[in-house]
Design a protein around this ligand. Structure first.
Ligand SMILES: Cc1ncc(COP(=O)(O)O)c(C=O)c1O
Length: 335
């Protein structure tokens, strides 16, 4: 068994470190369920109905993971031999095991872009990008530090892609963080994309589960893709109940995670303006992750030269106070 850290670890590596709350577990235990493969799971069906509405689309489909939702979306939107284009540190390009090439036969092209946001001009200047290709826009953008896409920029890029005949996929794994951070509805970005992924196992605190929303016809195609990858479950309502619970109880509270991330940044001497949601980007230095871990503060890599501390459901004001104190000590020793 791994040794128990002393003092207890303040785990800021990721918002995936959340555990289901007692309320969520009770909702899962009480879930009304049926066979999802027969489309007879009432809880999953209700979740899909609510999410389609929230994202401004005709239909939505439950997935076990956001990775699978992204990959199935790409498969439905593209044709083999065409391109998937995204900012170069985007999750679908670098963290999904080459899935776009393997599952959909796509050429993967990364763009260098500030804050994870390619520009209209970059899209207009692309070679070999048109019908059968797809652009992926990530909101919030993970590796740039949980940055939010301004709506106008998002619209301009989506329009530029469409003008080329390409499709637009929004990887909104943390779209609710963007919505709460910007004070907008998730559908504000959602309706501008052909398909939208939302993940429930991050800030929303579910053990697993994601949603893909889009036009009814595309979601029917996605159903086949999900089946193909072994993602069609049986009593998925157990997860669906956790996800419905999260919609009702864990969305507004994301504002607390964002406030705590800002407090953490300020507390350790970083510019709070670099915090837009629940990620605190920390300049890396050799051995810093290990030294923080020795003091029981868990952080992880963000992108080359940067670490991240991520606030979430399992981190309260007390933990943030402790994390600030311990991090200050580590930083001052090497200042
Ligand atoms: C932006 C983004 N998209 C997709 C995923 C994949 O989510 P999952 O772990 O549910 O497959 C992640 C996970 O970290 C992510 O950060």
């Amino acid at each position: 068994m791994a040794p128990v850290p002393d003092p207890p670890l303040i785990d800021l590596r990721s918002d995936t470190m959340t555990k289901p709350t007692p309320g969520m577990l009770a909702a899962m235990a009480a879930a009304e369920v049926g066979d999802e493969q027969e489309r007879e799971d009432p809880t999953t069906n209700e979740l899909q109905r609510r999410m389609a509405e929230l994202l401004g689309h005709e239909a939505a489909l439950f997935f076990p993971t956001a990775t699978m939702a992204n990959q199935v979306a790409l498969r439905a939107l593209s044709r083999p031999g065409h391109k998937v284009v995204a900012e170069q540190q985007t999750h679908v390009l670098i963290w999904e095991w080459g899935g776009p090439a393997i599952h959909s036969g796509l050429v993967m092209q990364g763009l260098v872009a500030d804050a994870g946001r390619p520009t209209r001009e970059q899209i207009e200047g692309l070679d070999g990008f048109g019908q059968g290709s797809v652009i992926v826009l990530e909101n919030t953008h993970n590796s740039s530090g949980g940055r939010i896409w301004p709506l106008d920029e998002f619209r301009a890029v989506a329009e530029a892609a469409r003008a080329r005949g390409a499709a637009v996929h929004l990887d909104g794994a943390r779209l609710f963080n963007a919505a709460v951070g910007a004070g907008l509805e998730p559908s504000a970005w959602g309706t501008l994309a052909d398909t939208v992924t939302v993940c429930f196992s991050k800030g929303l605190g579910c053990p697993f589960g994601a949603i893909l929303a889009g036009p009814a016809e595309t979601i029917e195609q996605a159903w086949e893709g999900k089946f193909l990858l072994g993602g069609a479950l049986r009593q998925s309502g157990i997860a669906g109940a956790a996800m419905l619970y999260a919609l009702d109880h864990h969305v507004d509270r994301l504002a607390d995670d964002h406030a705590r991330a800002t407090r953490l940044a300020e507390g350790i001497g970083l510019d709070p303006a670099t915090v837009e949601t629940n990620f605190v980007p920390i300049p890396d230095e050799p051995g810093l992750i290990g030294r923080l871990l020795e003091r029981s503060v868990g952080v992880s890599d963000l992108r080359p030269g940067w670490l991240r501390a991520v606030t979430h459901l399992g981190i309260g004001d007390e933990e943030i106070g402790e994390a600030i104190e311990r991090t200050q000590e580590v930083l001052s020793v090497h200042a």
